[in-house]
Design a protein around this ligand. Structure first.
Ligand SMILES: *[C@@H]1O[C@H](CO)[C@@H](O)[C@H](O)[C@H]1NC(C)=O
Ligand SMILES: *[C@@H]1O[C@H](CO)[C@@H](O)[C@H](O)[C@H]1NC(C)=O
Ligand SMILES: *[C@@H]1O[C@H](CO)[C@@H](O)[C@H](O)[C@H]1NC(C)=O
Ligand SMILES: *[C@@H]1O[C@H](CO)[C@@H](O)[C@H](O)[C@H]1NC(C)=O
Ligand SMILES: *[C@@H]1O[C@H](CO)[C@@H](O)[C@H](O)[C@H]1NC(C)=O
Ligand SMILES: *[C@@H]1O[C@H](CO)[C@@H](O)[C@H](O)[C@H]1NC(C)=O
Ligand SMILES: *[C@@H]1O[C@H](CO)[C@@H](O)[C@H](O)[C@H]1NC(C)=O
Length: 261
């Protein structure tokens, strides 16, 4: 009797429970078949925006606009086949030059000078090591306007006839466009025929030092005589860090620039 009751109760329980246990969790409704997302528009760099937010590169940007070289650079940046690499001196690099250096140039010369600040091809920072074995490298200004690249353990320098600046930061470097900050204006002898006069840099050194500042001396001088005192040449480590730190700072500007697109 008791056994029958237990059996009955068990049966009732099983009957009651089984529909629950048997019930498979409600199968989630099929998500609406995903309509293919529209292909993202090809990302394109707006050089004007980049140069107005990073930097300060106002002098360089204004010269690019004034001569319409900005169009040449932008259309090359749009050209993902070869791309472009631009070396951009910041505003203080321009203000270091004494007035006559650039203001007496003809419009055509000024245009060439600006085109001289670019290669009609994209180079990442790591490409410069190989490129440095192919000196002299023709610029956007033409075959006769060349630059020499050196890469000393990551300290990358860009030698023109009258200056040998280092790349102090990577402002933007995504194929097909690269923009690197350099700490001097690049000056070809074919345009600037005599050594440019420089406004004296505020020198903290107590003893007068007549050696030209290392980043604005003819590249050829490097080999002859004592190397000019340079805080850069001995310390490739901090230079690499500078490039990295600069890149982080610039990222903010690039993001701002991108938002403005
Ligand atoms: C870059 O952006 C500016 C305004 O932010 C716009 O006037 C210009 O047409 C843009 N240039 C390109 C090449 O998209
Ligand atoms: C570069 O490409 C952008 C977007 O496709 C376009 O708006 C702009 O006019 C192009 N600029 C040049 C100079 O080709
Ligand atoms: C090295 O540079 C030369 C000239 O720019 C190029 O033709 C060659 O493909 C490069 N080699 C490598 C391994 O990147
Ligand atoms: C580049 O290097 C070549 C030798 O490889 C030299 O003749 C030329 O003067 C150098 N040009 C610059 C701008 O330093
Ligand atoms: C411009 O570049 C020079 C040389 O790299 C640097 O000392 C200076 O701080 C820069 N100026 C600005 C405003 O970033
Ligand atoms: C402009 O002046 C610089 C030096 O101040 C000189 O080297 C250059 O030849 C001059 N250019 C012209 C076109 O007169
Ligand atoms: C950078 O400095 C660290 C120690 O401070 C050292 O171990 C490393 O080899 C250096 N790298 C270069 C490229 O000089």
């Amino acid at each position: 009797m008791a056994l029958t009751t237990v059996f009955l109760i068990s049966s009732i329980l099983i009957i009651c429970i089984s529909p629950i246990t048997a019930q498979s969790p409600p199968s989630p409704p099929l998500p609406p078949s995903p309509s293919p997302a529209p292909a993202p528009a090809p990302a394109h760099l707006n050089l004007t925006n980049l140069l107005s937010f990073a930097g300060p590169f106002h002098t360089f940007l204004n010269l690019l606009i004034q001569t319409n070289v900005i169009q040449t650079f932008q259309s090359q940046a749009n050209n993902s086949d070869q791309g472009i690499t631009i070396f951009v001196p910041n505003d203080s690099a321009f203000s270091k030059l004494e007035k006559p250096s650039l203001s007496n140039l003809t419009k055509k010369q000024l245009k060439s000078l600006l085109l001289y600040h670019a290669f009609p091809k994209f180079y990442s920072l790591s490409d410069f090591n190989n490129l440095s074995t192919h000196n002299p490298v023709s610029t956007f200004a033409g075959r006769q306007y060349t630059l020499n690249i050196t890469d000393t353990n990551g300290l990358i320098q860009v030698a023109s006839d009258w200056s040998n600046p280092k790349i102090s930061s990577s402002v933007y470097s995504t194929d097909p466009a690269a923009v690197y900050e350099v700490n001097s204006v690049l000056l070809p002898k074919a345009i600037v025929t005599t050594a440019p006069a420089l406004t004296p840099a505020p020198a903290p050194a107590p003893a007068p030092d007549l050696t030209p500042s290392s980043d604005l001396s003819p590249a050829g001088q490097k080999g002859s005589g004592a190397a000019p005192k340079s805080s850069e040449s001995g310390n490739t480590n901090s230079s690499s860090r500078n490039i990295a730190a600069g890149a982080v700072v610039r990222l903010f500007a690039v993001v701002l620039g991108a938002i403005m697109l």
